[in-house]
Every structure is written in structure tokens, then in C-alpha cells.
Design a protein around this ligand. Structure first.
Ligand code: F6P
Length: 548
């Protein structure tokens, strides 16, 4: 058994869970009219309600004891101070410095002057492109920006440009190519004119196979459709820490935006990886995004644990995963603009905390990161909510909801919100057998046959309820609020990593597949039958070779 699962805080929570599991959420609400006030928090115009979880005053106290036992406050300070808490890679984790303003030292050097230098470079470049001072080789304005990157070099900027479309100038359209499947690149390039297209090759390492292959293909397309070698410099820029590889690829280092080893890929949208965001919504809006995140950082750093949104969001997750045994977590934005938010969170949460070895190198004997998934708006209601309401698994869900829509068509927004309120209430309350019976009795007009068949379906109409949800409401999805929301989740992930004693900033698990793919690629290029793998892999590869 690990020190964590043997600790008094852990054991106390386990004992407390048995008591809480006996009580339906409906009873908890019936007993305490102040429940919402007790278990909701506000930060700026963000309201986070976690009262629809099986918690009471004692639960929160015990979770806070666990957080203190794991020295959460200390870890938060160490992260912001720039200590090398990504110890398997010997790096700091300083995404907070990308939106900060105070000096932060790494190895005796203040990194903030570099941060400011790159922000200025981004501002000058994006302003020139947006104002038309920088143009394509034929003298026309740039109309399209293609970001070629994957994982953290794709999901963050993609999610933000989608979320902040109401703030985009509309004369520069962003496109994102990530997949090594040529279909994605082909379908995008087919619609573009090389003379008005700017390519951003975004790769922290500049060695990622998918990105480099797509970047090469994009350059070939550019040269084959009217661009010349001397025009490449004006149409291709790079974001990376790897100057040597960028130059080898043929991009002038003047056209490179620098990144640093203390920025994790999935925490990098605040850096020059955010260049497609800046080109689309402008630097002023990007600064508002940074401000929103900075304000959440300050809150995380200074607010008492029990009033701290990222801390409480993280601890509620711990309560569900480690004590109620939940295995997946739904993210359900009731805002079409946030339709890529679940995908973004998938990488943030699953790549960060999908770990089975703790910081001491020991295998854990408790669950860590959970499966994160989701879909926006009412679409999910007509697809998978059936399982959320009546399935055999309990799946906690986060609902993200703006009070004001950017597109107030008719009464659409009220309809959307009515659905949100109804769903979270239904998941909490459920519908009991006696309520179903009362419904039948109310149907006094029913004849005997109809009443008989209704009784048969009665059990199917029962909703157990007691399904936990967190609701995060905010005024409107503007750049500042979005910045705060993203930082809220970044820090939530950190809180959970501290409780689980895992390093959330490395991703060794991704390397194994990459290594194997390299070996298999060589084998695919030869004509001979494959016999060097297990029978399944051999069989599949040989089928491919015959049928390609
Ligand atoms: O998927 C693994 C990973 O290393 C991610 O962590 C990262 O965001 C992505 O690949 C892309 O890496 P790079 O920016 O170096 O191309």
C-alpha cells in the first residue's frame, strides 16, 4: 500500500464516503435550503456551483486536510517560483510566466525579458499582416493562415480561435492541419490560393513526424502552385525551440518565434504557439486572454484553499475518482463556440495525469487521470445523455454556460439554457417510482388496456438521479473570461497531480508508439512478407501490403 492510501486523510475520506453514499442528492438539497450558497464559488463573473455533488461541510474539510497533507500550497508556490518541478525532464513549468508581469528566475536569469521580446515580435508581425504591410508574393493581402502542428501545437490555438470567432476580423481565416492523414491537408489546400496563404509550422521540438511531413507537403504544394523558392521566406514562419531544425527545414531564423523548454506543449497556447490566435483576433484581444489567465493565476496563488476555484474543482474530481470510483468525466459546453473545448481538455487532462508511476518512481495503487470526453450543447442530449441519466455508470459532468450569447437569434439562448437547467436538475433529482405512478394516476382518461401497458414500462421511466454535475456559468465568452476558464482547468489538473503525487508535465507514454511506428515504416517500404511481429500485427501488415 502507498503512503497516500495509508494516510489518515485518505482513510478518513474513505470512511466518510460510506456515509455520504447512503444519501441521495435530493435529500441533501431537501435538508438544507442554503446548499447552493454553501457549495458554490465566484471569481470575477464566473460562478462555479458544485452543490450537485455528494458533499457536505465535513467532506470539504476532509478534502482540505488531504490537500494540506500533500503540501498543495507549497507545490503551488514552487510552480510559480519556477522550480524544476517537471523533474523527469529537469524543467520548470512556467506557463503562468507567459501571462505574468513579475520577474521569474530560472538558473539565475529572469525569463520575463524573453517573454516580452517574443510578445512584441508577435505583435509586430501580426499587425503587419493584418494591416497589409506584409503581403503575399503577388502583392495581395494574406487571407488565410494555415497552422501546421499537432497536440499542444494545435488543440489550444484551434479551440481558442473557434471560441473567439465573434472577435475575429474575418479577413484572415485560420485553418489547422494536424493529422498525418493526407486527407486533412488536401481538403484544406484545395480551397486556398498560395499567393494569399501564410503557413505557421508550429512544433516545440520541430522533430514531430506528422508536423514535419505536413510542412514539407505544404511547401511542395506552395512551389507547385505558383510560389517560388525565394517566396518561401515570406510565406512560412516557424514556432519552436529548435533553431537548428527550423533552419534545416529552410525557414529563415528571422521568421522564427521562440519557445522555451519550460513551456509544456499542452500549456503553450499563451506563447508564440498562440500566433494563429493573434493573427485572427488581434493582439489586444490576445492580451485580454492573457489577462484573464493571469487573474486566475493570482486567485490560485492567493485565495484560501476552500475559496479557490481550481483547488475545489480539482478536489471534487478527486472525491469522485478516488472515493466514488468514477472512471470518466464529461465536459458539456452549452455554447457552440466551445465545441473544441472537450478535445482540448482531453489532452490537457489525459496527457498530464494519465500516469501510473508516482514522483518517487513507484507504481500507484489508486486511480489517477480519468477519461475526459464531451460534446457541445443539446446535441449530446440526443446522443449520449441516455447513458448519463439511466446507464449503469455514474459519470460526473461539467457544464460550461454563458449567460449572454454572441448570436442572440430569437429565443434560442433561452431554449438552450432551459435545457441546461433541466438536465442538471434531472440528473440530480431523478424521477422515483412513486412519481412515475403519480403520473399514471393523473392520466385518468386512460382505459384499462392503456393503463396495463403503461405499468409495464413503468420501470423504464424511473430515473435514479443522484448523478453529480458541476455548473460553471459566466457572463459572456469574451477573451478575458476564456483565459480565466482555461487557466482554471490547467490549475485543476495541477491540483490533482499534487494529490496523486505524479508529474503532470511529462508524457513518456506517447514515445513508445512513436518508436514502434518508425521501425514499422521501414518494414512497410519493403516488399517482403512480414513475420517479425506477433501474428495479429503480421497479419494486418500483410493484408495492407496486398491491398494497398
Ligand atoms: O503527443 C505528444 C506531444 O509531445 C505533445 O505533448 C505535444 O503537444 C505534441 O506531441 C507536439 O509536439 P511538438 O510541438 O514538439 O511538435
Amino acid at each position: 500500500m502507498s503512503t497516500l492510501t495509508l494516510s489518515s486523510a485518505w482513510l478518513a475520506l474513505q470512511a466518510h464516503q460510506s456515509a455520504m453514499a447512503q444519501q441521495h442528492l435530493r435529500e441533501l438539497f431537501a435538508r438544507d435550503s442554503q446548499r447552493f450558497n454553501r457549495f458554490s464559488l465566484k471569481f470575477n463573473d464566473i460562478l462555479m456551483d458544485y452543490s450537485k455533488h455528494p458533499v457536505c461541510h465535513e467532506t470539504i474539510s476532509l478534502l482540505l486536510v488531504l490537500a494540506r497533507q500533500q503540501r498543495l500550497e507549497d507545490w503551488i508556490t514552487r510552480m510559480f517560483r519556477g522550480e524544476k518541478i517537471n523533474d523527469t525532464e529537469n524543467h520548470a513549468a512556467l506557463h503562468s510566466a507567459l501571462r505574468g508581469e513579475h520577474p521569474v528566475m530560472i538558473d539565475g536569469v529572469d525569463i520575463m525579458s524573453n517573454v516580452r521580446r517574443v510578445l512584441t515580435q508577435m505583435e509586430q508581425f501580426s499587425t503587419s499582416v493584418r494591416d497589409g504591410k506584409l503581403r503575399g508574393y503577388s502583392g495581395h493581402l494574406f487571407t488565410d493562415v494555415v497552422n501546421i502542428g499537432i497536440g499542444g501545437s494545435d488543440l489550444g490555438p484551434l479551440m481558442v480561435t473557434e471560441a473567439l470567432k465573434p472577435y475575429s476580423s474575418n479577413h484572415i481565416i485560420p485553418h489547422f492541419v494536424s493529422n498525418i492523414d493526407g486527407t486533412q491537408l488536401e481538403l484544406i489546400l484545395r480551397r486556398l490560393n498560395p499567393a494569399t496563404t501564410l503557413f505557421i509550422i508550429a512544433s516545440k521540438t520541430f522533430t514531430t513526424q506528422e508536423t514535419i511531413a505536413n510542412a514539407r507537403a505544404a511547401r511542395e504544394w506552395f512551389l507547385a502552385h505558383g510560389g517560388s523558392e525565394k517566396d518561401v521566406a515570406g510565406h512560412f514562419v516557424a514556432v519552436s525551440i529548435n533553431r537548428e531544425e527550423v533552419e534545416k527545414f529552410g525557414i529563415d531564423s528571422d521568421n522564427m518565434f521562440e519557445l522555451w523548454d519550460w513551456v509544456g506543449g499542452r500549456y503553450s497556447l499563451w506563447s508564440a504557439i498562440g500566433l494563429p490566435i493573434v493573427l485572427t483576433i488581434g493582439m489586444e484581444n490576445f492580451y485580454s486572454l492573457l489577462t484573464g489567465a493571469k487573474e486566475m493565476d493570482q486567485h490560485f496563488l492567493t485565495a484560501p484553499l476552500e475559496k479557490n476555484l481550481p483547488v475545489m474543482l480539482g478536489l471534487i474530481g478527486i472525491w469522485q475518482i478516488n472515493f466514488f470510483g468514477t472512471r470518466s468525466h464529461a465536459v458539456l459546453p452549452y455554447d457552440q463556440s466551445l465545441h473544441r473545448f472537450p478535445a482540448y481538455l482531453q489532452q490537457l487532462e489525459m496527457e498530464s495525469n494519465g500516469k501510473r508511476i508516482d514522483r518517487n518512481g513507484d507504481e500507484v495503487d489508486y486511480s489517477t487521470g480519468t477519461v475526459v470526453w464531451g460534446e457541445s450543447g443539446t446535441n449530446g442530449q440526443h446522443a449520449f445523455y441516455q447513458l448519463l441519466h439511466q446507464g449503469t455508470q455514474i459519470i460526473p459532468a461539467d457544464f460550461l454556460v454563458p449567460c449572454i450569447s454572441h448570436n442572440p437569434i430569437g429565443d434560442h439562448h433561452c431554449l438552450l439554457l432551459a435545457n441546461f437547467f433541466a438536465q442538471t436538475e434531472a440528473m440530480m433529482r431523478g424521477k422515483s417510482m412513486s412519481e412515475v405512478c403519480a403520473e399514471i394516476e393523473a392520466e385518468s382518461s386512460m382505459n384499462n388496456i392503456a393503463a396495463e401497458s403503461f405499468k409495464k414500462i413503468m420501470p423504464h421511466k424511473v430515473f435514479p438521479g443522484d448523478r453529480p454535475t458541476t455548473s460553471i456559468l459566466f457572463k459572456q465568452l469574451d477573451p478575458k473570461t476564456l483565459g480565466s476558464l482555461i487557466a482554471l482547468y490547467e490549475h485543476k489538473v495541477f491540483v490533482q497531480s499534487v494529490i496523486w503525487n505524479v508529474n503532470p508535465f511529462d508524457q513518456w507514454g506517447v514515445e513508445f508508439g512513436k518508436q514502434l511506428a518508425g521501425k514499422i515504416l521501414d518494414e512497410l517500404e519493403q516488399d517482403r512478407q512480414i513475420t517479425s511481429h506477433d501474428s495479429s500485427t503480421n497479419g494486418l501488415m500483410n493484408y495492407f501490403k496486398v491491398n494497398r
